[in-house]
Design a protein. Structure first.
Length: 331
């Protein structure tokens, strides 16, 4: 009887692992807060220490580090694939929209500190998730409990980056389709868009709205506030400027707050994808609420949506690996 019972337990455990492999949509159920409590109890403290040291000197790195996690999760899921190098320049980081990604050296620094304390334990995918949280919290933004237990993927594709990342010119229909395709809700879409409250963008990502909106030189986007157009033109004074940077949240681009929604409500969202939030009843309602209340629920909502995003397409258990270096798969 005892042998039969033991066999039943082992069989059920085996089948659970098999189901996770066959049904990756359920893999996120293996994630949990405090995954490294026994294997590397100081893991999150080590990450936080590095982040505080870096952001105290270079606070503008917070936005790129949050962005890294987003760009990782939307392509192949949150598996650290955005960090992989390619000798043929065919990795995710080689895609045009990812060429402006920054912070890779910070992830490497965090990884080195963790490898010194707990060799081969903490995945690069989890590092991205923890770093994103600490980046937001360190610049007076929200904090949340990060689920961990992800493994690192072994594939990184420039084509998949092109096919999966939402473009800055996306309309609301496309945005909703992309987010829902990742298992995220319309609320997650409008909440995560709020990350544009920090950081900068190169002019060429939006300057067509200033100079060539209809495909004819001299046309501007009617959805953009005329006075804001003038201000942006003074910063981005020609079409196709690939070097000049503009603040995504003028006046507080270094501070994580809810002013993004105030700007969007006033037709001062930098990207078409920002302006698009006014073209759906649910997203518009959320924008108006946060603008009117100074972000009454934004911080709590952001933490929830980041946890939701952090579950996309994760590798757990026997899937994936723990990379020794975040830019390379293990040999």
């Amino acid at each position: 009887m005892a042998t039969r019972k033991l066999f039943s337990v082992l069989f059920l455990q085996f089948m659970f692992v098999v189901l996770l492999v066959l049904d990756p949509a359920n893999a996120h159920k293996e994630l949990k807060v405090g995954f490294y409590e026994k294997s590397c109890p100081e893991a999150e403290a080590i990450v936080k220490k590095v982040m505080v040291e870096i952001l105290s000197k270079a606070p503008t790195l917070a936005a790129p580090l949050i962005r890294l996690h987003f760009h990782d999760c939307f392509v192949r899921g949150c598996d650290g694939s955005v960090l992989l190098d390619s000798s043929t320049k065919q990795a995710e980081k080689d895609f045009a929209s990812n060429l402006s990604l920054r912070g890779f050296q910070i992830i490497d620094r965090v990884k080195s500190a963790l490898e010194k304390a707990c060799p081969g334990v903490v995945s690069c995918a989890d590092i991205l998730a923890i770093v994103a949280r600490d980046a937001a919290a360190t610049i007076k933004g929200p904090s949340w409990e990060v689920e961990t237990g992800r493994k690192d993927g072994r594939v990184s594709s420039i084509t998949e980056a092109s096919d999966n990342l939402p473009p800055p010119y996306a309309n609301i229909t496309l945005l909703i389709r992309i987010f829902q395709g990742k298992g995220l809700s319309i609320k997650d879409l409008v909440v995560l868009s709020g990350a544009h409250t920090v950081g900068t963008s190169h002019c060429h990502s939006f300057d067509y709205r200033l100079y060539n909106f209809t495909g004819k030189l001299g046309t501007t986007d009617p959805k953009l506030d005329p006075n804001y157009i003038k201000r942006l033109k003074s910063k981005c004074n020609k079409l196709g400027d690939e070097t000049t940077l503009a603040e995504m949240d003028p006046g507080s681009f270094k501070t994580f707050d809810a002013s993004y929604y105030t700007l969007v409500a006033k037709r001062m969202g930098l990207f078409e994808s920002d302006a698009a939030l006014l073209n759906n009843t649910k997203t518009k309602s959320y924008v108006k609420l946060q603008a009117a209340t100074g972000g009454s629920t934004f911080f709590d909502d952001f933490g929830v949506s980041m946890v939701n995003m952090g579950r996309i397409g994760v590798l757990t258990g026997k899937a994936g690996e723990i990379r020794k270096q975040c830019s390379k798969v293990n040999k």
